[in-house]
Structures are given as structure tokens and as C-alpha cells.
Design a protein around this ligand. Structure first.
Ligand code: CO
Length: 152
């Protein structure tokens, strides 16, 4: 068990383009394990490697009690449009309404380098797209059409 520090908006590392993973090695497995521990320690639907300061194309999504480990994910199909609210562990204090595709297909590799495809719709698709945006230095706050301030 090891948790890592989550960078917050304003940190320049969150704005970098992450590099593809080339070695599906122990270091990658350790990163994924730590990201999972970190996500579980704070709660949330997903986490991307640049949020813990690692500029590699790695993210995790936890949805309907299933954990997806995405290495070098690529959006290969998308259709429709929908607007919903989202937040981010790196952007505390507010959420926002963001327009995203309704339906997507993503190609990615697992931690052992095996290729997979995943179709997703609605909020499940949104979480994938939000995490994949982090790999290109994009935060939901850049795309939001309306800001929603948290009440607490
Ligand atoms: Co985020």
C-alpha cells in the first residue's frame, strides 16, 4: 500500500503532454497499484498518472465497482453529445458542466501490454474522457460551460 500526493491546478506538471508507456514492467505495475491506493484513499471515479506527477499515458477509472487500468488509451470512435457535471481531485472547490460525446470506443493496453477495447456511454464515457484529457494536460475547468461552486 502506497499513496501518492495529488497535484492541484496551478501545478505546471498537470499541463504537460504525457509520454506513451514503452515498458510494461514492475515500475508501471507499482504506479498503477499506487494510483489505485491513492484513488481509494480519497474517493473518486478516476485518476491519471500526471495527477501524481508521472508524465506517462496511464489512467485508472473505477465505475460500477469495476476498475479499469488504461495504458496508452486512444479514443477511436465517438458520437453524440451530452452535458453533465464533473469534478476533479486536482481541482478542489468547484465542479462544472462539461459537454462531451455521449458514446465512445477506446482502445488501450492493460498492465501486461495486452490490447483491449472498451465501449462506454453516458457518465461512464465521461469518466474515461476526463481521465484521458489529463494525459494531454487538459482539465475539465478548461472546457466547462458553467461553474458550480461547492456548498461546503
Ligand atoms: Co481529473
Amino acid at each position: 500500500m502506497a499513496t501518492r500526493n495529488i497535484l492541484k491546478m496551478g501545478d505546471p506538471l498537470l499541463r504537460k503532454i504525457s509520454k506513451p508507456v514503452e515498458s510494461f514492467d514492475f515500475k508501471l505495475h507499482q504506479l498503477l497499484d499506487d494510483m489505485e491506493d491513492t484513488l481509494h484513499s480519497v474517493g473518486g471515479l478516476g485518476l491519471a498518472a500526471p495527477q501524481v506527477g508521472i508524465l506517462r499515458r496511464v489512467c485508472i477509472v473505477e465505475y460500477d465497482e469495476k476498475l479499469y487500468e488504461l495504458v496508452n488509451p486512444v479514443l477511436i470512435k465517438s458520437s453524440g453529445k451530452c452535458v453533465d457535471n464533473e469534478g476533479c481531485l486536482s481541482v478542489p472547490g468547484f465542479r462544472g458542466l462539461v459537454e462531451r460525446p455521449e458514446s465512445i470506443k477506446v482502445e488501450y493496453f492493460d498492465r501486461n501490454g495486452k490490447k483491449h477495447h472498451q465501449c462506454a456511454e453516458g457518465y461512464f464515457a465521461r469518466v474515461f474522457l476526463h481521465e484521458m484529457d489529463h494525459l494531454d494536460g487538459i482539465l475539465f475547468a478548461d472546457k466547462m460551460i458553467k461553474k458550480i461552486i461547492d456548498d461546503d
